[in-house]
Write a protein that binds this ligand. Structure first.
Ligand code: EPZ
Length: 417
C-alpha cells in the first residue's frame, strides 16, 4: 500500500494548475446513459473515483474510450441496468446512475451504499424523489429496485434537506419524464449547474440550476453533446491552503475564483493574502495568520470538503478557532492524526476547538478519507522533520498525482510503495 513521505519546512513557490472537478465529472459521466447518441467530455481528472464510475458505465452497456482527460461515451442500449455492491461499496457516488437508468430504461437495480467514514450518508432523498416521479421502489437484499415501465412523470419534489447528488440524480431522472418537475430546496453547488449545462446541450429543458428551485420540462429523447467540465474548486482550495500554511507564494491557475468566494474571504479574514491575478488564477502569499471561526454550509457557504484542510491551517494561526461541521456527523477523523503531529485540538460533538499556534513535528499518521488525507499532507508540509502518511489510496480518489504537482512548486514529498 502506497505511503507519502514528506519533509516539511519549504515555502511553496510558483504556479500549480487545477484539474477538472471530480464532483462535476461523476454526474456528467452518468448523464451519458440518458441518450443513445455519443457524449464527449473534456477535462475529466484521471482519479480513482472516475475510473470506478467508468467501469460501472461499461458494465451497464456504455462503450467508453479514454484519451487523456477526454472521455468519449456511447450507450446504444442499456444492457444491464444495475450498479453492483462491489462497485458501490468503493464509491457511493455510483448511486448517480439510479435516476438516468430509470429514466432511460424504466428500470434500475442499485446497491445501497452502506456506511461511510464521514457519516451515515443515506440516499433516502434520492428514493423519495423518484417515488414522487412515479417510480415503484422496492428495497431487498441490500439493493434498491426501481421501476417505471410507463416512464416517469413530472412532479414537485421538496427536499427536506439540501443534497448535492440527490439534486443531480433527480434532475437526470426528470429530463425524460412526462411533464414538468420542480425541485425545491435544491442544491446550488456549481457542479449542479455544470450538469445542467451539459443536459441542456443534450436537449434538456432546465431553468434555475444554481438556485434552490430548479424547473425541468421533460422531453421525449436527448441527443449527444460535447462538454468541458468546470475546474475543481476543492483541489484549488487545497492548493491555496498549501501556499498559505507554508508561508509561500503560490499561483493556483486554471481555477474558477467565483466558485471559491466564501472560502477565499475566510482566508483573507485570517490574514492570508489572496488576490485574483487573472480570470482563472488566484495568488496566495502566506504570512502571520490569526485564528478565525468557521462553520461549514451548503454552497455558497464554506464547503465541508475544505473543512479538514482549513483545520490544518488553523493549527498555525494565532488564537483559538472554533470549527463547526454541519453537513456530516463524523468528519473530524483528521483531528486525532493532526494531534499526533503536535496540534492542540479539542473535539466536542460537531465542534472542534483549535488552539494555534503550535509547532508541528513529523510523525506516522493514517489517512481515513479523501479530504482528511489532504489535511495531513498540508500539515506535513509545515511540520518539522519527516511525516509518513499511510493509506494514501484515499487521496488518489480525488487528487490526480498530488505529490508531483506539489513537488513542482518545491514540496519535499515522495510516494513510496
Ligand atoms: C456531495 O456528496 C459530494 N460528493 C461530497 O464530496 C460533498 O461532501 C457533499 O456533496 C456535500 O457538499 C459528490 O458530489 C460526488 P449530500 P453527497 O447528499 O451528494 C444527508 C468529496 O470529498 N443526506 O449533499 O453524497 C447526508 O447524509 C465528497 O469529494 C440524507 O440524509 O452529499 C449529508 O449529511 C465527500 N439523505 C447531507 O444530507 C439523502 O438522501 C448532505 O449530503 C442524501 C443526503
Amino acid at each position: 500500500m502506497d505511503k507519502f513521505v514528506i519533509t516539511g519546512g519549504t515555502a511553496l513557490q510558483g504556479e500549480i494548475p487545477t484539474n477538472g472537478s471530480k464532483n462535476a465529472a461523476l454526474p456528467a459521466l452518468a448523464a451519458a446513459l440518458l441518450t443513445e447518441e455519443p457524449v464527449t467530455l473534456h477535462r475529466i481528472p484521471t482519479v480513482r473515483d472516475i475510473r470506478t464510475m467508468q467501469r460501472l458505465l461499461v458494465d451497464i452497456g456504455c462503450q467508453l474510450e479514454v484519451d487523456g482527460q477526454t472521455v468519449r461515451m456511447h450507450t446504444p442500449a442499456i444492457t444491464s441496468p444495475e450498479a453492483p455492491y462491489e462497485l458501490v461499496k468503493t464509491m457511493r457516488a455510483s448511486s448517480l446512475v439510479l435516476g438516468p437508468l430509470v429514466a432511460r430504461s424504466g428500470r434500475a437495480r442499485v446497491s445501497l451504499p452502506g456506511g461511510c467514514a464521514i457519516g451515515a450518508r443515506p440516499i433516502n432523498l434520492h428514493i423519495f424523489g423518484l417515488e414522487q416521479l412515479g417510480a415503484r421502489i422496492n428495497q431487498a437484499y441490500g439493493y434498491i429496485e426501481a421501476e417505471a415501465p410507463d416512464g416517469l412523470r413530472g412532479a414537485t419534489v421538496q427536499f427536506d434537506r439540501i443534497t448535492v447528488t440527490g439534486t443531480e440524480d433527480l434532475m437526470m431522472a426528470a429530463v425524460l419524464a412526462k411533464g414538468e418537475t420542480v425541485l425545491k430546496n435544491a442544491a446550488r453547488e456549481p457542479e449542479v449547474a455544470d450538469l445542467a449545462d451539459l443536459l441542456t446541450k443534450m436537449g434538456a429543458r432546465i431553468e434555475g440550476a444554481g438556485t434552490s428551485t430548479i424547473t425541468i420540462q421533460g422531453v421525449d429523447r436527448l441527443r449527444g453533446a460535447e462538454h468541458t467540465i468546470i475546474p475543481d474548486r476543492i483541489e484549488a482550495g487545497t492548493f491555496l491552503i498549501a501556499g498559505a500554511i507554508t508561508g509561500g507564494d503560490l499561483s493556483v491557475t486554471e481555477c474558477c475564483p467565483d466558485h471559491l468566494g466564501s472560502f477565499v474571504s475566510k482566508l483573507q479574514q485570517a490574514g492570508v493574502e489572496v488576490t485574483q491575478t487573472a480570470p482563472t488564477t488566484l495568488r496566495v502569499r502566506g504570512g502571520n495568520m490569526r485564528s478565525v471561526d468557521m462553520t461549514t454550509e451548503e454552497y455558497p457557504g464554506f464547503p465541508t470538503d475544505l473543512q479538514a484542510q482549513y483545520m490544518a491551517l488553523m493549527t498555525q494561526a494565532d488564537g483559538i478557532a472554533i470549527i463547526v461541521e454541519t453537513i456530516f456527523e463524523n468528519r473530524f477523523m483528521h483531528a486525532q492524526e493532526l494531534a499526533r503531529m503536535g496540534a492542540n485540538i479539542r473535539l466536542d460533538g460537531r465542534q472542534a476547538i483549535v488552539a494555534g499556534k503550535h509547532e508541528l513535528t513529523g510523525a506516522g499518521v493514517i489517512a481515513s478519507d479523501l479530504r482528511a488525507s489532504a489535511s495531513l499532507v498540508l500539515a506535513a508540509l509545515v511540520a518539522k522533520g519527516e511525516t509518513v502518511i499511510d493509506r494514501v489510496y484515499h487521496i488518489d480518489r480525488g487528487y490526480e498525482k498530488i505529490e508531483s504537482k506539489l513537488a513542482q512548486v518545491g514540496a519535499r514529498i515522495r510516494r513510496v510503495d
